[in-house]
Ligand binder design. Structure first.
Ligand SMILES: C[C@H](O)[C@H](O)[C@H]1CNC2=NC(N)=NC(=O)C2=N1
Length: 115
């Protein structure tokens, strides 16, 4: 299986194929701490990262922001005291794409670096 961490996002357009149920369950094994959720009728990936204070939660938020700009794929981020909620999905598709799994894996790698 190709490691998600070693991959790069492809540009998002509405014509990309969404991830199939089979792909979703395969990719999911590489990002076990992420939850599949349905919001606004769309499948999304969500993880809550814990931090000891607001400053480190904010620093992590900024690191995810830099990753998003570098890859051209952007999450929803909720920064609170002691936690950051990261949600990935592909707006252009109103669904999950391979890109979202790559970004979830890269988010986990940033969380490991920062700790
Ligand atoms: C033009 C630009 O690349 C697109 O609007 C990108 C920006 N970032 C994006 N991020 C996410 N998560 N989904 C998208 O569909 C998306 N589209």
């Amino acid at each position: 299986m190709t490691e998600l961490l070693k991959q790069k996002c492809v540009p998002c357009t509405g014509s990309l194929p969404p991830a199939t149920a089979e792909e979703i369950s395969t990719y999911k094994t590489q990002i076990p701490d992420w939850n599949l959720i349905t919001e606004n009728g769309e499948l999304r990936l969500r993880r809550v990262y814990q931090f000891p204070d607001f400053v480190s939660a904010l620093a992590f938020t900024n690191s995810i922001g830099k990753l998003a700009e570098a890859e051209g794929h952007h999450p929803a981020l909720l920064t609170e005291w002691g936690k950051v909620t990261v949600t990935w999905w592909t707006h252009a598709l109103k669904a999950l794409h391979h890109n979202d799994f790559i970004m979830a894996a890269k988010s986990d790698a940033i969380a490991k670096e920062d700790n």
